[in-house]
Design a protein around this ligand. Sequence first.
Ligand SMILES: Cc1ncc(COP(=O)(O)O)c(C=O)c1O
Length: 482
Amino acid sequence: LESNNLPLVDAIKQHQRNKPMSLHVPGHKNGKVFHHKLYKDFQSVLPYDVTELSGLDDLHAPTGAILEAQKAAARFYQAKETFFLVGGSTVGNLAMIYGMFNRGDQVFVQRNSHKSIFHALQIAGLTAILLTPDFDEGSGLAVGITEPTLKKALRMYPKAKGLLITYPNYYGISLGVEPIITLAKQHSLHVLVDEAHAAHFCLGQPFPPSTLHLGADVVVQSAHKMLPALTMSSFLHISDKLNDNFRHSIKEALSMFQSSSPSYLLMASLDGARAYAQSLSKADLNTILAGVQAVKKELSTIKQFRILNWDDRYLSDPLKVTIRTTTNVTGFKLQEIFSMNNIYTELADDKHVLLVFGLGENALDKEAVESIRQSLHGYELRNEELAMNASQVELGIKQLQFNFDQIRQLPKKQIPLEMAEGFVAAEAIVPYPPGVPIILPGERIDQGTLVEINKLVEAGATFQVEQQLENVLVIDVEDENG
Ligand SMILES: Cc1ncc(COP(=O)(O)O)c(C=O)c1O
């Protein structure tokens, strides 16, 4: 039975059985040497933190237990090949993009991609053609690229080599992506998908399909986000349509970007996560999802927020629940109220809080829910506005003013953010989470973006910056285009 087939876990267990003496790295010697504050708690897992010993294979040239574990994952995901990642989807995104294109290639990229995608474009020296996604009017969330946008982009940039999409978004929703993948393949584009939030979609209905089965060439998934796997452990899948040259370059890129000492704890957790997902029956899934429904029902009795029901035109992940404030309490403040009651949620924005459920028992502490209700009691309900309307969104397709290599060489200066309109940014500004840059290096800063940043700051968003978000690094030239 595949759900009992854990080749790497078994190999490590077998190794432990012989009570091995460690005269090798890591320095904790199978957990015997450790600080007293951690010693007891770490005891049971440290023996899994081994290294490339005989019988334990090597991630960078696997022939034994790791190869078998990767093959079991590939069978489950119906991939031609699956690679274990120990640096998150981040490393998968870097490797797939670096491996699939040549310096200078033009590639279409969904504008609201995770920063790792933009870092990959930077490292690989690619020319990014940014495609504005469609937005959900009610929530203002980006839901994916539409066919008309891609068609227009193909007309404007007929030499483009690839399409990079994110599916689904952080909130687990997306427009159907099959039409754009099909269109991209008709134009011989490589389709690479950041499926960081979709490692569990292989479980089938009611989860949306994985793009690996919709024609994508390479798909990266953070197993640690939605499967029971340790943080950073992830998968890179390649489809059976990908030829061996590309497979080879991705493999080579992985050996550049991944540690030469990949964690066996993470790899064992990938083996376990895949087998766990495989062990779930339809009845198990029903119980899991019934738990989420029960929580939704309970929360829906609190009037100061509303559980979003997504439009039928979206695919949506039933393990993700987005609540929207119905008072003047911001999403960030709402998240704080949850955490004051010991319920820690995934993400907040100006208006929403995202709750991420797992593939196990899903329930909330009743007392905590009551206490949240009390904390919100008395806030007056407000009429809800649409977060945006369709006329606000252009069918945007834009190339950055400068590519990343040019930016490195151009003179730069720090200026106050409020004076930055019209300048070209030389650094990214990234609210985190979700880690989607609001300004990209090489992008001209416009009034709308500054307003957006101000709104986020006022609502309490956090940004990945060393100091406060007062200044921004911009290109320092009189006429950058000259
Ligand atoms: C869409 C998306 N892609 C990639 C990543 C990076 O994944 P990881 O944290 O596994 O490196 C994230 C992380 O939040 C993400 O949301």
